[in-house]
Design a protein around this ligand. Sequence first.
Ligand code: SF4
Ligand code: SF4
Length: 458
Amino acid sequence: MHSLSAIFQPILAVLRGDEDVLPSFSHGVHPQEHRAQTENLPIQRAPFGKTYILPLGQHIGAPAKPVVAVGDKVERGTLIAQAGAFVSTALHAPVTGWVKAIEPRRIPSGQLQNAIEIEADPYASQRLPTKAAIPWQNLSLDDFIQHIQNAGIVGLGGAAFPSHVKYALPDGVKIKTIIINGAECEPYLTNDHRLMLERPEATLQGAEIIRQKLQADAVIIGVELNKAHALDALNQVIKAHHYQHITAKALRVKYPQGAEKMLIKSLLDVEVPVNHIPRDIGVLVNNVGTAVAIADYFEFGLPLIERIVTVSGSGVSRPANLIVPIGTRVRELLDFCGGLTDNIKEIVMGGPMMGTPITSLDVPILKGSSGILAFTAVETHKPKEYACIHCGRCLDACPHFLNPARLAKLAKYQAYGEMAKLHAMDCVECGACTFACPSGIPIAHLIRVGKHEIRAKK
Ligand code: SF4
Ligand code: SF4
């Protein structure tokens, strides 16, 4: 039972000025939220473009293998590449059209990657073929896993880890609690916020499907309190549909609240031990977008061919939350949003803390692209770098209790062995240390480079 007091207690806590009573993890930082530009904008569909680029390795794991050839006609939602291994997933046509090319294309990281390019049929309605709901209740866990892989569903929070891999549990492992990540702690991004607010039924339906298939005891949806309306919408549906195993909980607004291990600490007050993953302690974390994608797949037969993207930043004329076909060029999205202002300094894919600066507007939106942020000098002022003053603020910021100042210094001196001994690989590259540093030292960047070298040496 979900009493009204459970719903309103977190809101009252904030009104009383004691948000600190809400669950959270230790350390972390409080960047400005910058959500006002888009948090009240309903999700709308972006218009269809002319061409779409589908990189074959846009998820973690082996690249997908094309099952189409240049010149083939494809319908919206049909398979164009199958999973290349177990840790891999499928790709589907985001639009009806023709396969124009299968060759390397520039991806947001700046690298070239093999991709399928589709030219949209300008006369197609782009309406999805109607499909019957898939009776997920009758599927075995193995069949469920196969369906999720064939649907191309990945973690939509940014990492694009194939979701079915998380559901394939080793013998003897039981998931007790599923956490649905609605924290959305990166500044500017409001796509998860709007999704929970506008589609709470689908969020809960997806969460319940995962829970039943994994026979988990409970689902907790963690939502930062700056999305109180979304939390309220979820709680109303939980109550109306009598979801007895699901609760939605308010979290303190703090970065990086949405990092997997931080969320587990906040909601369950347990820590995932070093060198372990959540399932080792009986927990599985999925993003809200992933839960909705699963609900849509089983309800409408819709594979993952589109996602919600926040377009924001002071350099965007008309910020928006958009439903975007995967493969859409960034340029087309920005054009739909009224184009860029004159004084653009940087365009970032993802959030400002962990996103990737892009150097071309012709790179595509990927399954893991949660936002396109265009920054002017207002946001990109980079402080001059000074020497470390040993203030300890980066230590206080690090949610993993690392010594970022020391790790950054070791990275500068290329002492990668020492870095590894100081648990550099536990760094989740959240950027909280860089944000906290008064000396303007790019700590997280230095550690990222060091981690890359450690991995290369291994
Ligand atoms: S050291 Fe890594 S995990 Fe710690 S605050 Fe910096 S980027 Fe985040
Ligand atoms: S926050 Fe910056 S100045 Fe302070 S200890 Fe860390 S690296 Fe040094």
